[in-house]
Design a protein around this ligand. Structure first.
Ligand SMILES: *[C@@H]1O[C@H](CO)[C@@H](O)[C@H](O)[C@H]1NC(C)=O
Ligand SMILES: *[C@@H]1O[C@H](CO)[C@@H](O)[C@H](O)[C@H]1NC(C)=O
Ligand SMILES: *[C@@H]1O[C@H](CO)[C@@H](O)[C@H](O)[C@H]1NC(C)=O
Ligand SMILES: *[C@@H]1O[C@H](CO)[C@@H](O)[C@H](O)[C@H]1NC(C)=O
Ligand SMILES: *[C@@H]1O[C@H](CO)[C@@H](O)[C@H](O)[C@H]1NC(C)=O
Ligand SMILES: *[C@@H]1O[C@H](CO)[C@@H](O)[C@H](O)[C@H]1NC(C)=O
Length: 351
């Protein structure tokens, strides 16, 4: 797990580096005729780093309005201000914008001029965390890759708002006020590139329907989910990280084998009401089952392979579990020996 975190960080780093280089080349080489058009003016409220002319830092400046954004800007930092509105005017020249960080402001849906966002044809990242939105803003630029809307007051998702965001990989809606009724069966349709969906800390009682088939990370912690529909994960065959901590799952709400899915490497079910360990696949690496109502655990029951200490088991056939949390249940130590015989790669177990 540690290894996979590092490798995804590394991947992220590499993609960012490669991407930055490509766009810089595009800027330096492909558009030389644009050079006279770019001035190096800097809005007086902001900081323009001399070595990084594509970036504009206007964060933490007590701003109430977005200043006029110069044409050369790709990366725009406006977080931690008192901005209430997003209108078209300051962006008319900023046709190269890639990233906008507007976290921690006072933006409401009424404050967003219709079309102001969708006119930003090259925008990849839009961060609007910690604002005062009550619905997902629409329309959005179809070029978006990341949309972060955590910690608003969002209870509504306008029809079709995501339907043409074909490049969106990350959608973060955690800590809002979404009820099941806000999610229609076609809400996430069209998000064909989506890999990470975070709807933690809302008020869902049911699992969201019709998730995009490429979803790898699904975070649903801190809702009130009671039931997982049978074969739910068949529709998202790449799901790898699944977090359902702090819900209301009991044994009855979990169909047999629903988590016995080989794509899942990290399964978090802490703070639920389970009395039994659900069947898992041999590929699972991390299992969090702390703070449930489990009274006993036996390797013969939960081992996803046959266990016998005499049998020769090739290394590649060992169940992959490395980390197991069972604390906060009613399990008395010691850890049964058959757990250790089954999960030979186990590095830590917390009881
Ligand atoms: C856009 O660019 C034009 C020409 O350089 C300039 O006159 C105008 O003030 C700019 N508008 C904004 C909002 O930056
Ligand atoms: C969110 O909504 C609640 C009640 O609907 C309100 O009390 C609260 O001030 C709102 N928060 C923000 C940040 O708008
Ligand atoms: C999505 O990304 C691809 C590849 O970068 C690009 O060619 C395409 O235009 C993008 N789609 C939109 C709607 O921007
Ligand atoms: C869920 O709620 C618990 C307890 O209130 C809190 O400690 C935890 O950070 C929350 N997790 C998320 C992802 O919101
Ligand atoms: C889990 O699934 C595998 C194959 O998909 C199957 O062989 C195994 O019996 C299942 N585990 C349980 C406990 O049913
Ligand atoms: C495990 O606990 C359950 C009650 O939760 C009990 O019915 C069962 O007999 C126990 N099994 C073992 C092997 O102790």
């Amino acid at each position: 797990m540690a290894v996979s975190i590092y490798s995804s960080l590394l991947l992220l780093f590499l993609t960012n580096t490669v991407w930055t280089r490509t766009v810089r080349q595009a800027y330096d080489v492909t558009d030389p005729e644009d050079w006279p058009y770019f001035t190096f003016e800097c809005p007086k409220e902001c900081f323009c780093p001399p070595g990084f002319p594509n970036a504009l830092y206007c964060d933490n400046k007590g701003l109430k309005e977005i200043p006029a954004i110069p044409a050369r800007i790709w990366y725009l930092y406006l977080q931690n201000n008192f901005i209430e509105t997003i209108s078209e005017k300051p962006f008319v020249n900023a046709t190269y914008l890639r990233w906008i960080n507007l976290n921690k402001n006072k933006i409401t849906n009424k404050g967003i001029e219709n079309g102001a966002l969708s006119k930003l044809k090259r925008l990849l990242y839009l961060f609007l965390e910690d604002n005062e939105l009550e619905e997902v803003p629409a329309p959005l630029p179809t070029s978006l890759e990341q949309l972060r809307l955590a910690r608003n007051n969002i209870s509504r998702i306008p029809e079709g708002v995501f339907s043409n965001l074909e490049n969106l990989t990350l959608l973060d809606l955690h800590h809002n006020m979404l009820l099941d009724s806000a999610l229609q069966s076609d809400t996430f349709q069209g998000l064909s590139s989506l890999m990470q969906l975070n709807i933690a800390k809302n008020s869902l009682k049911k699992m969201p329907l019709s998730l995009p088939a490429n979803t790898m990370q699904l975070f649903l912690d801190n809702n009130s989910i009671e039931v997982i529909p049978e074969n739910y994960f068949n529709a998202i065959p790449k799901v790898t990280f699944l977090r359902l901590n702090y819900n209301k799952l009991s044994d009855d709400g979990i169909p047999p084998n629903v988590f016995n899915v080989s794509s899942i490497l990290d399964l978090q079910l802490s703070y639920n009401q389970l009395t039994k360990i659900p069947p898992i696949s041999a590929q699972l690496e991390h299992l969090h089952l702390d703070h449930n109502r489990i009274q006993n655990v036996s390797g013969t029951q939960i081992c996803p392979a046959s266990i016998s200490i005499e049998d020769y088991v090739p290394y590649n056939d060992f169940p992959r579990l490395r980390y197991l949390r069972l604390d906060g249940n009613d399990i008395q130590p010691p850890i049964p020996l058959d757990i250790m015989i089954c999960f030979r790669l186990l590095q830590a177990i917390v009881i």
